[in-house]
Design a protein around this ligand. Structure first.
Ligand code: UN1
Length: 463
């Protein structure tokens, strides 16, 4: 984003693998446009809700089919605009189709409960109702899936939606909006591209807010929405650990960790950035992980073999380079030549507990190898950071999985699986600075986008 001397803000989106390739350059619409869009969305919402469950279900199903039909083209657009390796981009579009299909059934879900009165004749009911206009603020790293897993449940239960995507993913968002708008009545879904100004205006006008992005911005969004008294959820950073026990299949653990560290250049809040080897796991894991990371195909995201593509921009690439300074590098520690902002998947060791790498999210393909004497110490290390999103644990012991991890302060635990790549039909979220407010995804999202109303029904005549 750039601002000219007259104050006009321009949104520019570039190909991270070839920064000379500009996808678009458009003026930001400004705060008034957001307020207008929310007003129009509020008018459209009433008819959308009254239109009934069948109409909403059919519309969401039509969105799913349209995404399916456009999947190859959408994956190529994500490759070009946000540098997602094409294999992952295709998987993201497939996930997007499944998300819309899943929520297309949600309008038929029960919306409440029936209760006996405490005393006397009558009936007590609860019924969940939509909030009105859902304001969604989404990041660039899942340009189709994240807007979809927020918009689809919001729409299913009868809200209208105004979406403000990250500037880096504006072209993907415009294409997504084209698909979604076509299947819905006018004004029910509106895309408003923009930056902080538009995002702030949306939080000031919407009836419910869902945000995914940095902790810094997410906390400001949560504070502003809370001050207005509207429901808000914010999915923010992670500093996720992989705990490897000596009984684990070390080769398999190394493969899972490599996928979670290097896939899409570590640009996921669920990526692994700390690897904690317990006891005798340290030496074989160091060897297996170093070898696996050195073998990761790095390069052009359009190549189907690529696992680790470019970082989103130069600043993001440089942040990775700064993170390994002064530490022994086991794998990576280089910046392959461009065009494009590349950093090789990197593993470092001997980072002191207060090292930046162990305090702040780098959002790149880098992790620190740490060691613990036993599982209890590994859990303490895992919990020692301000974040608590997801932990992967690699072990053959079911008791460890079911009983040994109770003290972990993370919202998601994945046994013998990479920390990234979560399922959309279950609640998603974490502890501490990773998440604010209720969980998103799955059925939890249907609750978040509604509030419960209690009805007391007493008979008109008591005879
Ligand atoms: C995943 O790991 O499949 O922004 C999803 C993010 C997360 C989503 C991760 N909210 O990276």
């Amino acid at each position: 984003m750039t601002t000219d001397p007259t104050g006009v803000v321009t949104l520019t989106s570039r190909n991270p693998a070839d920064p000379a390739d500009v996808l678009l350059s458009i003026p930001a619409p400004g705060a008034f446009a957001v307020a207008d869009a929310v007003e129009r969305a509020r008018t459209a919402q009433t008819a959308w809700l009254r239109g009934g469950a069948a109409a909403r279900s059919a519309a969401l199903g039509a969105v799913a089919s349209a995404f399916d039909a456009a999947s190859a083209e959408l994956a190529d657009l994500a490759v070009r605009e946000v540098g997602k390796p094409v294999a992952e981009a295709r998987a993201e579009v497939a996930r997007t189709v499944a998300i819309w299909r899943y929520y297309a059934q949600a309008p038929y879900e029960p919306t409440g409960t029936v209760h006996e009165t405490a005393a006397g004749p009558g009936l007590l009911l609860t019924r969940r109702r939509p909030h009105g206009v859902a304001g969604l603020i989404t990041p660039w790293n899942f340009p189709f899936a994240i807007p979809s897993w927020k918009a689809a449940p919001a729409l299913a239960v009868g809200n209208s939606v105004v979406l403000k995507p990250a500037p880096e993913a504006t072209a993907c968002a415009l294409r997504l909006a084209e698909i979604v708008e076509k299947a819905l009545p006018e004004g029910v879904f509106t895309l408003l591209p923009g930056g902080a100004t538009e995002g702030g205006a949306l939080v000031s006008a919407a009836d419910v807010v869902s945000f995914t992005g940095s902790t810094f911005v997410g906390q400001a969004v949560a504070a502003r929405a809370t001050a207005r008294g509207i429901p808000v959820q914010a999915e923010m950073g992670g500093l996720n650990a992989a705990i490897v026990l000596p009984d684990a299949d070390i080769e398999r653990a190394a493969a899972d960790i490599t996928a979670a560290l290097a896939g899409y250049a570590g640009q996921k809040c669920t990526a692994t950035s700390r690897v904690i080897a317990v006891g005798a796991a340290l030496d074989p894991l160091r060897e297996a992980l170093t070898e696996a990371l050195r073998a990761v195909p790095v390069g052009d995201p359009a190549d189907p073999a690529t696992v680790c593509g470019p970082l989103i921009d130069e600043r993001a690439r440089d942040r990775v380079g700064e993170a390994w300074q002064g530490l022994p590098v086991l794998a990576g520690g280089t910046m392959p030549a461009g065009p494009g902002w590349y950093a090789a998947p990197t593993l470092v060791e001997k980072a002191a507990a207060d090292h930046r790498l162990l305090r702040e999210e780098v959002f790149g393909p880098i992790a620190a190898l740490l060691s613990a004497d036993d599982l209890a110490e590994a859990v303490r290390i895992t919990n020692s950071v301000p974040y608590g999103l997801v932990t992967s644990v690699h072990t053959a012991d079911l008791d460890t999985a079911l009983h040994g991890l109770d003290a972990l302060d993370t919202g998601m635990i994945r046994i013998n699986a990479p920390s990234s790549g979560v399922d959309f039909h279950l609640p998603f979220g974490g502890a501490k600075e990773s998440s604010h407010g209720p969980r998103e995804q799955g059925r939890a999202a249907l609750e978040f986008y509604t509030s419960s109303r209690t009805y007391t029904l007493s008979p008109a005549r008591t005879t």
